[in-house]
Write a protein that binds this ligand. Structure first.
Ligand SMILES: [Zn+2]
Length: 253
């Protein structure tokens, strides 16, 4: 399987020291595991839509890990000023921290999806920890009157159990393409914006972060990048839709 995924014969070349060969093997295994369980594009564990099938110039901007103030509210202001609707995959513990921000997003026409409760990496590796975390995430969203039908796994991490847990909660797992590989370090807004602009095509679902794994953290560059991206894409004739519209599926249960 590793050989297949890497597209080249497995095993180290002859003469390579054994330790180095083992390290290379471990790296290949890690790469394959990453590709299977964390890539935007892996369909290994069931349908994981990362784009819509359309030739229309439509794009779905998505924002994960919030609400996170003041950045989520600042972003909401930008979206409102430009009459753009987006999709927010929110972390339950952050929703409990800022329920009014989530309510505002809903009032202004945005769609809220579930992004778990803790966002702690090991939680999403096993059924017995995924299931209660997702249930807590849903409980948090229900405190603001929402029962989403869209779920994005934290870290995009999926294991064989993920989809059945999510289906049991009445949701589908949603992927997307990351806005910029260095977004977590908050480089200049123009750099993040160029990352988005270089990959958008009709049907794109773009993943940005208005939060930081459900913790508080500076997302000023992402928010400023969103403003640039919206204006440029609109100049190019793009329309902005929510994920449910893009994929023609329900947003809520
Ligand atoms: Zn996340």
């Amino acid at each position: 399987m590793i050989t297949f995924l890497n597209g080249r014969p497995g095993g180290p070349p002859c003469g390579l020291p054994v330790a180095l060969g083992a390290a290379a093997g471990a790296a290949a295994a890690a790469g394959a595991a990453y590709w299977l369980g964390m890539s935007s594009y892996s369909q290994a564990f069931g349908p994981f839509p990362y784009r819509g099938e359309t030739s229309e110039k439509v794009v779905a901007l998505t924002f994960d890990d919030g609400p996170n103030e003041p950045f989520t509210s600042r972003l909401a202001g930008i979206l409102k000023s430009r009459d753009v609707r987006a999709t927010f995959f929110q972390v339950g513990k952050a929703v409990l921290r800022y329920p009014d921000v989530t309510r505002r997003l809903v009032d202004e026409g945005h769609v809220i999806g579930c992004h778990g409760f803790t966002h702690d990496f090991p939680v999403y590796l096993r059924r017995r920890t995924i299931a209660p975390d997702v249930r807590r995430g849903m409980d948090a969203l229900e405190t603001v009157g929402l029962r989403p039908a869209l779920y994005r796994p934290p870290w995009l991490l999926r294991v064989p159990a993920t989809d059945s847990v999510i289906a049991a909660e009445g949701m589908r797992t949603i992927s997307g393409e990351f806005c910029h590989p260095l977004e977590v370090f908050q480089p200049r807004a123009s750099m993040i914006a160029n990352g988005v602009l270089s990959k958008v095509r009709p049907g794109s679902i773009i993943i940005c972060h208005d939060g930081w794994d459900g913790h508080e953290g500076n997302r000023a560059s992402t928010v400023a990048a969103a403003e640039i991206v919206i204006d440029r894409l609109r100049d190019q004739g793009y329309r902005f839709v929510t994920v449910d519209e893009m994929l023609k599926i329900p947003a809520y249960q």
